[in-house]
Design a protein around this ligand. Structure first.
Ligand code: SF4
Ligand code: SF4
Length: 441
């Protein structure tokens, strides 16, 4: 394939997408009980709108917030609220959650759709996306409606729909583009109208020929361009995508809107289409369950709030003793220690690795090879930030750009000494944010 869009830095890990790339999306039956966290998005947590003992309908709003950066939360089953209490979540913390016993009826709350939603006024599209509690499904879980309103003085020229799915192992976005092509294209058009973009481009890594073919066939007749990206991680990073496709740079500490671009994931487009056409809130998503540690890897449409243990059981259960269970992929995912944690809006997969594959190495001394510097797609010096973080020198870590780290994990991946560079940089970022909030309070 010619003219693949590329960016500087990045790595070529084993993609291992063949495990599930030919597995069609299966609908996973709703569990007996869902656990729905009220903070599963960037910004302010939602406040509960229900209490123990309440009856709820499928799609009913159970959490909301008046804060500008937040997202509504809806129930993915009908039934009875068993508890509103802190429960373990994928980030390792306890999060206030609504626990609901499924009555198996799927009795729906009223949902207002539209036969031809692209005819809706721009603000009405944005409002429907907001009411549906849609957040970025690529992982960041930033509230979509807030992202659709560019900062004052910024004009959105380009909407980029991110179909790169560069994270190894995961194939949920690929299957979504192949099987829900029409919804993804409709969602792209709705998002473009809502943000006022002049041009829409769907970007897909070249290792997904069927998704590229199907999206090109439909997008072309809708005045949307489809481009192929070089197969390299992290092609789907927001700044890397904008550089590769538009050859524009997002300013340091800045927003894509400042260079005239907005990026939304293909899953977000799919969710926007369902919200505007059927009035359906974000109560389900497609995920990949994969790795050598599960017996029957597959792609599933799952209800938000389904516990990991139920999903892993549906995928045949563990193949032997698991070495690691990860929410997401191996590069940016989060290792889990409790299988009762639920699937949330921003999680696109569950990766189970056997002991053999998950084998962790003890870090060795740095040999000053600079490979971590070479692969960093945002031009940082990971080895230097690590050194400052290890010595609790947070001001120096900030001076060296720790806050610009996109947490792609390329440095950790490439390091021949197996140093935990990203873990130290994440710690530095947390400390820097806390120091700033202490100074401003
Ligand atoms: S420093 Fe951050 S952005 Fe750079 S390679 Fe490491 S994780 Fe990625
Ligand atoms: S890649 Fe590892 S060994 Fe090489 S300079 Fe970076 S931290 Fe040191």
């Amino acid at each position: 394939m010619v003219n693949l869009k590329n960016f500087r830095g990045g790595v070529h890990p084993e993609y291992n997408k063949h495990i599930t790339s030919d597995k069609p999306i299966k609908v996973l039956p709703a569990p007996k009980e869902v656990v729905i966290p009220l903070a599963q998005h960037a910004g302010a947590p939602a406040e509960p709108l229900v209490k123990k003992g309440d009856s709820v309908l499928l799609g009913q709003e159970i959490g909301s917030s008046a804060e500008p950066i937040s997202a509504a939360v809806h129930t993915s089953v009908s039934g009875t609220v068993l508890a509103v209490e802190p429960r373990p979540s994928i980030n390792g913390r306890e999060v206030l959650s609504v626990v609901i016993e499924n009555d198996g009826q799927d009795a729906k709350a009223p949902m207002t759709g539209h036969d031809d939603p692209i005819q809706l006024p721009r603000e009405e599209i944005r409002k429907r996306i907001e009411a549906a509690g849609i957040v970025g499904l690529g992982g960041a879980a930033f509230p979509t409606a807030a992202k659709l309103s560019p900062p004052r003085g910024c004009k959105i020229e380009y909407l980029l729909i991110n179909g790169s799915e560069c994270e190894p192992y995961l194939t949920a976005d690929q299957k979504l583009m192949e099987e829900y092509t029409e919804d993804v294209v409709l969602g792209a058009k709705l998002l473009a109208k809502a943000c006022g973009a002049e041009k829409t481009i769907i970007a897909i890594e070249a290792n997904k020929p069927e998704a590229l073919r199907k999206m090109k066939a439909l997008a072309g007749s809708n005045a949307i361009e489809v481009v192929a990206l070089a197969v390299k991680y992290p092609a789907g990073g927001e700044k890397q995508l904008i550089k590769a496709v538009l050859n524009r740079e997002v300013p340091a500490h800045g927003l894509p809107a400042q260079c005239g671009a907005l990026v939304h994931n293909v899953g977000t487009a799919w969710a926007a289409a369902k919200a505007c056409r059927h009035g359906q809130p974000l109560i389900e998503r497609v995920i990949t369950v994969t790795g050598d540690g599960v017996k029957a890897p597959a792609n599933y449409l799952v209800r938000i709030g389904t516990p990991f243990r139920d999903i892993i059981a549906a995928a045949g259960g563990f193949a032997g003793e698991p070495g690691k269970v990860i929410a997401g992929g191996p590069m940016m995912g989060l290792a889990q220690f409790d299988l009762n944690v639920p699937i949330v809006k921003g999680v696109s997969g569950i990766l189970v690795l056997s002991d053999k594959v998950a084998n962790e190495f003890d870090p060795m001394p740095c040999i000053k090879c600079a490979r971590c510097v070479d692969v960093c797609p945002v031009y940082l010096m990971p080895v230097t930030i690590e050194k400052y973080a290890m010595n609790a020198m947070w001001d120096e870590a900030e001076d060296y750009g720790a806050m610009d780290c996109i947490e792609c994990g390329c440095c950790t991946y490439i390091c021949p000494s197996k140093r935990a560079l990203l873990s130290w940089i994440r710690l530095a970022k947390t400390e820097i944010v806390e120091a700033h909030s202490r100074h401003s309070s």
